[in-house]
Design a protein around this ligand. Structure first.
Ligand code: SF4
Ligand code: SF4
Length: 56
């Protein structure tokens, strides 16, 4: 189970630097998590100001 970013993302970029495996990147309209890379540590969910990140 990977973490996912929903459409509440405002592309602030805060989560990208929190990911220990580099699974988060800027997508076309918002940030996205690569499900194959994510190890479900949860670090990103704790720093998102809009609560856009949750476990799938
Ligand atoms: S849950 Fe952890 S590994 Fe997955 S995207 Fe968030 S910070 Fe990266
Ligand atoms: S921290 Fe939240 S709002 Fe900011 S880029 Fe990541 S998912 Fe989007």
């Amino acid at each position: 189970m990977a973490y996912v970013i929903n459409d509440s993302c405002v592309s602030c970029g805060t989560c990208e630097g929190q990911c220990p495996v580099g699974a988060i990147s800027a997508g076309d309209s918002q940030y996205v998590i690569d499900a194959d890379t994510c190890i479900s540590c949860g670090s990103c969910a704790g720093v998102c100001p809009t609560g856009a990140i949750s476990e799938e």
